[in-house]
Design a protein around this ligand. Structure first.
Ligand SMILES: *Cc1c(COP(=O)(O)O)cnc(C)c1O
Length: 368
């Protein structure tokens, strides 16, 4: 890769392939792999990532919202796409683009059946989600009989899968809670299958579920963060490769006297002569203001440079007093060595948040 001359998010498709194969190696031969490509494939680029994963023969995709699925269909993606959080206002695009909704309560179940019937659909693929303890989206276990009765009364939909979501799969201190979620899910699907007379696919594991609960893979697993290179543990991070590298460049260097202030509200005041570098990325690019005032850092010529003062919308200033560097030099915000997780930790955040925050104005470049 040539050195960055502006702010870019480099995306390494070879690293993606490595992560895909690593996660696959954790599965039984017949277990399906669903790639979660919501939020622009965790801030990378949903269309490129999905098309590449299709070449690797991924079994399923999931997005959060219907418009994300529509964008994939328009890019030519033909693999089934589960919409994790559909809303009734999206039913038209869901049906038109062959997206598969998660139906999580009676309101959306009934409204979807009515809508699909009004479009004379039969056996339209849908997924039923159960709440096993996350208390976010999903039917509760005592609703099974009613769901089954509702489904039996229509031929508009077909239940493709039953699923649930773990609340703390990465946290082994919560193992008892997670095992209880898995048992709750098992009990629900047993009742469900007996009543319905056929066997939809079952899935409950996200990335950390795949890694920590191999007995709970069921028919399919849903992986997001693992594909993008993070395993929510030091040990697993060693096996995965971050696919994204956020790079920028030094626009200007200032030599400042003791007592000089830097940036808005004069939030930083130097207590000795200092050299600062101004970089062309700010909070509008995904570097939240929490990273300012010495919390976050970037890497320049192999050395850490702390962020000075407040993060501006389009720029940050960093401390390069002890770094041999010039205007035009490349700057690493995060990459495979100084990772997004390392940066996120400085603001009490997590890899998920910082990578999904890289805004759409940052140019994406692909390493194939
Ligand atoms: C986002 C999401 C996932 C992916 O989780 P990771 O921890 O990124 O693997 C899986 N399932 C559901 C329901 C999700 O919302």
């Amino acid at each position: 890769m040539p050195k960055a001359q502006e702010t870019v998010l480099e995306i390494d498709l070879k690293a993606l392939k490595h992560n895909f194969e690593y996660l696959r190696s954790k599965l039984q031969k017949n277990t399906k792999l669903l790639a979660v490509v919501k939020a622009f494939a965790y801030g990378s680029d949903a269309e490129e990532i999905a098309k590449y994963l299709e070449q690797l023969q991924v079994d399923y995709f999931a997005v959060a919202y219907a418009n994300e699925g529509v964008a994939l269909r328009q890019a030519g993606v033909t693999t089934p796409i589960l919409v994790l959080h559909p809303l009734p206002v999206n039913f038209n695009s869901i049906i038109e683009h062959h997206l598969e909704p998660n139906l999580y309560n009676f309101k959306i179940l009934n409204e979807f059946i009515n809508y699909a019937s009004s479009k004379t659909k039969t056996d339209f693929p849908v997924h039923i989600k159960f709440n096993s303890g996350l208390n976010r989206l999903g039917f509760s276990s005592n609703e099974v009989d009613n769901i089954v009765a509702t489904i039996k009364a229509t031929n508009a939909i077909k239940i493709t899968s039953l699923f649930s979501h773990l609340a703390a799969s990465e946290d082994l201190d919560e193992k008892a809670f997670t095992l209880n979620q898995i048992e709750t899910f098992k009990a629900i699907v047993k009742t469900f299958k007996n009543a319905i007379g056929f066997k939809p696919m079952l899935h409950i594991c996200n990335t950390s579920g795949i890694l920590n609960y191999p007995k709970a893979h069921f028919d399919m697993v849903r992986t997001g963060i693992g594909l993008y290179g993070f395993g929510n543990s030091e040990e697993e991070n060693k096996h995965l490769k971050p696919i994204g590298a956020l790079k920028t460049v030094i626009s200007q260097i200032h030599h400042l006297e003791k007592g000089a202030s830097i940036g808005y509200n004069r939030a930083y005041i130097s207590d000795k002569p200092i050299r600062s570098a101004t970089l062309p990325l700010g909070h509008a690019d995904g570097i939240s203001r929490i990273y300012g005032n010495g919390n976050g850092f970037v890497t320049i010529n192999g050395k850490k440079a702390a962020i000075l003062g407040n993060v501006c919308m389009d720029m940050i200033m960093v401390n390069v007093t002890d770094i041999d560097c010039n205007e035009g030099d490349e700057v690493i915000v995060f990459d495979g060595t100084s990772t997004a997780e390392d940066l996120a930790i400085t603001a009490n955040s997590i890899s998920y948040e910082i990578i999904t925050s890289v805004s759409q104005r940052v140019k994406r470049v692909f390493r194939r």
